[in-house]
Structures are given as C-alpha cells and as structure tokens.
Design a protein around this ligand. Structure first.
Ligand code: GDP
Ligand code: IMO
Ligand code: MG
Length: 425
C-alpha cells in the first residue's frame, strides 16, 4: 500500500484512531509525528475498546512496526503505563515499538506550568488537557528542552534538569499555592523511566527511511486536528504542534516526496473540546442530542465535547492546508433518524459572506454560520452498514454533497465504532 498521512480536519476526535487501525492491515509501519498524550485515539475490536494516547493506533495488529517520532512530546511515565496496560491485555509491545532519541520529554515542571498558566488565564483559558504539552514544546523551541537521549547521559541530564527545574520554579513563583519541584527527586524518577524505556529508544529517522527505501508502506498518524494546529488553527486556542500534514515530515525526518496520499478524517458533524471559537456550534437541545447520540465525551479527559453541524468553511481550509487527496467520513450513523441535517456553507460577517476560514479572532468571533438544509434518511439506518450500495439514498446524497463541495473524493465511510463498520470506496 501507499504511504499515507492521516490528519484530523476539524478540532480533533474525528475518529483518526479507528481509521489508522483499519488501514494498518495493509501497511507495514505506523508512525506518530506530533502531539503527546493529550491525544486519545479509540479503537474498538469486537466490542473491546482500546484508547491509545502515545502509542500509534496500529499496535493492535501483530507484526507492524510502531514509531513515536521526534516531533512527539513524550511523558515517560505515561508511555510506560500505556505499554504495561496494553501488555496486560495481551497486546505485544516490544520490538514492534520504537521511540525517537530526539523526542522531547514532558517533565513534571511542564505539567505544573500548564495547570498554573491555565488557572492564571481564568476566563481566557485555552482548556488544555493539562498534560504539560504547551510548556514542553515551549522548552523545545527555546532550546532548553530535555530529550529522550538525555536519559542515557546521566551527568548531562542532571545539568539540564537543574536548569529546567530552576527556570520552572522561578515561573511557578507567580503562583503562590503551587508546590515547588525538586531536581533530585525528578532525577531519580526519570533515571528509572530511562531504564524501562531503553529497549524502545531508537534512531527512528534512520529506521523509517530505511523502511520506505525497502518498499515498506507507512501510515503517518496525526493527532489533534487542523483547527488545533499551532500555525493553521484557531490560535491561541490550539495545541502547540503542527497537526497538519506538514508536521509529518519534520516530526519523523522524512521528505515530502515519499508521500502518496493525504487522507483527512472528518466527522459527519463537528465537535470541539476545550475553549475557543466554533462557528457552527449548537448550544441548545440540538447540540445536546448530538452529544448524547455520539457519546461525545473526551477520550483523554472525559470532558463533554461541544457539538455542531458539519462546517464546509472549516473543511475547505483543511483540504487546502493539508493538500488532502481524499476524505474519510466517520460517525455517519450518529445522524440516523434525523429529519433534517444542516451544513454550514459560509459565514456571515457584517454584510459579507465569507467562504474562507478567517484568521482574525475578532472576525471569527463576529461570524454567524450560514446553513443549507438537507433531508435526513429517517426510516433507514446507516449503523453498521458495510457496503456503499446498502447506504440509504439520502445518506449517499449527503456524501455526494460533501465530496462535490470540497472537490475531493470520499475514500472511506465509517458507520460504527467497530473496526468492521467501515466502507471503502
Ligand atoms: P480520534 O482522537 O480522532 O482518534 O477520535 P476519538 O477516539 O477521540 O473519538 C472518536 C470516537 O468516535 C471514539 O469513541 C470512536 O470509537 C468513535 N467512532 C469512530 N468512528 C465511528 C463511527 O463511524 N460511528 C460511531 N458511532 N462511532 C465512531
Ligand atoms: P486527538 O488526537 C481534541 C485540545 C484541548 C485544548 C487544546 C490545547 O484525540 O484528536 P493541549 O493539552 O494540547 O495544550 O490543549 O487542544 N486538544 C484536543 N482536542 N482531541 C485531541 O486529540 C486534543 N488534544 C488537544 O482540549 O482545547
Ligand atoms: Mg481523541
């Protein structure tokens, strides 16, 4: 199979994990390139549910190589816990998992800073997952980060850690109630994590390029989504990495010419968890209905997800900035039974009709969605349908509108949580 990047086209939680799991069957390598354990990727196999946070969603297939790339920020304890939990459930995690030496480590200082900064922001908070993601990427960009390889150079690690803790404690000084952290305690903890993770640590840039050169196919698993991308999302209400397709190159050390396809995953409606603009959000009962039917509660934090209609302004932006070659529509079954389905075709801002996603926050906040209404497929169901021909005609019409509006083919439709509830076109 080809080398494919899988990206979220909305604000995350589009069902990327399920799609990566399904496509892994025909791939050799599955690689994460950004984000950290802020991600929660759900895979359901015969009723058994797995939520992957750091380990690529291909791990549930035997004999596939899983790579955590240099662009990922790794909380070592979270990774060890995830490995152990998977092993306890009978999943093989050993030679099939490689973690980049260059991946930056999330330190306890990052978690404290994340939580404290959010508290300080009050009503302007981002609504982060509290996993230390932002502060870790901040240290990376400011060249004071600590990487996986540092765990194997104790003296160097100790020196970097002291500087890191001193800086963090200085900043945490603004927050009188926050407990200050001790470098020695962290040193001992992280040395023991290093011992446990040593078998997995690897020159993943070399491993992945050799795999590609030898004709193996790679799935690049994006976390979060286009509108959470630090450059192309609803800044500052974003995560701190490049979730879009470009991030796959820098986050693993591969060149753009090795990519054959870029598939964007979109829910048949839209959700967002955390703060920030969401033009097609449904505030009342309609939103509540989508949340309950779609079980829209965060896979990582359990927070209720905000829900709204499908938004073509968002998706057009995602097609463009990711160079999407195809679309994957998930959770079509959640729209079963709805009499009417709305799609957002533009934003009204003062006397203008906007078709492109605005970058300026005041404009975005002043936009109201312009909807078109489509017929639902009441009396028919898409849940568990596994061939395109068996979808109700109105559901096919919905797919057609999406494909034609965005000008790209719909490659896959997902009709249920389970691995087998899927239609390939
Ligand atoms: P990810 O972060 O993009 O991998 O998505 P999440 O796992 O956070 O959230 C997607 C949720 O939708 C999970 O609970 C999935 O099991 C579920 N899901 C994925 N595809 C479908 C589908 O087609 N139908 C239904 N009903 N659930 C789905
Ligand atoms: P997956 O990969 C949905 C959101 C948080 C918050 C913002 C910044 O499962 O789709 P962070 O902790 O990254 O600094 O939080 O980003 N966020 C996600 N929302 N799905 C995710 O991952 C997310 N990862 C982060 O809610 O709004
Ligand atoms: Mg998720």
């Amino acid at each position: 199979m080809a080398n494919i990047i899988i990206v979220g086209t909305q604000w995350g939680d589009e069902g990327k994990g399920k799609i990566v799991d399904c496509l892994t069957e025909k791939s050799n390598v599955v690689a994460r390139y950004q984000g950290g354990h802020n991600a929660g990727h759900t895979v359901v196999i015969g009723g058994d549910k797995f939520i992957l946070h750091l380990i690529p969603s291909g791990v549930l297939h035997k004999d596939k190589l899983c790579i955590i790339g240099n662009g990922v920020v790794v909380d070592p304890l979270a990774l060890i816990t995830e490995i152990e939990e998977l092993k306890a459930r009978g999943v093989a995690v050993m030679e099939n998992l490689k973690v980049s030496k260059n991946a930056h480590l999330i330190m306890p200082t990052h978690v404290s800073l994340d939580l404290s900064k959010e508290l300080k922001k009050g009503s302007k908070k981002i609504g982060t997952t509290g996993r230390g993601i932002g502060p870790c990427y901040t240290d990376k960009a400011s060249r004071s980060g600590i990487r996986m390889l540092d765990l194997f150079w104790p003296e160097q690690f100790k020196e970097k850690l002291r500087a890191n803790v001193a800086d963090a404690n200085y900043m945490l000084g603004q927050f009188p109630d926050t407990k200050k952290l001790g470098a020695d305690e962290i040193y001992n903890m992280y040395m023991s994590y290093g011992e446990k993770l040593a078998p997995y640590v690897d020159d993943t840039d070399i491993t992945i390029n050799e795999a590609i050169k030898s004709g193996k196919s790679v799935l690049f698993e994006g976390a979060q989504g286009t509108l959470l991308d630090v450059d192309h999302g609803t800044y500052p209400y974003v995560t701190s990495s490049n979730a879009t397709a470009g991030g796959a190159m820098t986050g693993l050390g591969v060149g753009p010419k090795c990519i054959d396809e870029v598939l964007g995953v979109a829910k048949a409606y839209t959700t967002r968890v955390g703060e920030g603009p969401f033009p097609s959000e449904l505030m009342g009962q309609e939103g509540e209905l989508l949340r309950e039917k779609g079980a829209e509660y965060g896979a990582t934090t359990g927070r209720p997800r905000r829900c709204g209609w499908l938004d073509f302004v968002v998706l057009r932006h995602a097609v463009r900035v990711n160079g999407l070659t195809g679309l994957v529509i998930t959770k079509l079954d959640i729209l079963d039974g709805m009499d009417k389905i709305k799609v957002c075709v533009g934003y009204r801002y003062k006397d203008q009709l906007l078709k492109d996603f605005p970058k300026e926050m005041p404009i975005l906040e002043g936009c109201t969605p312009v909807y078109e209404e489509l017929d639902g497929w009441t009396g028919h169901t898409t849940a568990g349908v596994r061939s395109y021909g068996k979808l109700p005609q109105k559901a096919k019409d919905y797919m057609k509108v999406i494909g034609e509006t965005l000008g790209i083919p719909i490659a896959i439709v997902s009709t249920g949580q389970d691995r087998d509830d899927i239609i390939y076109s």
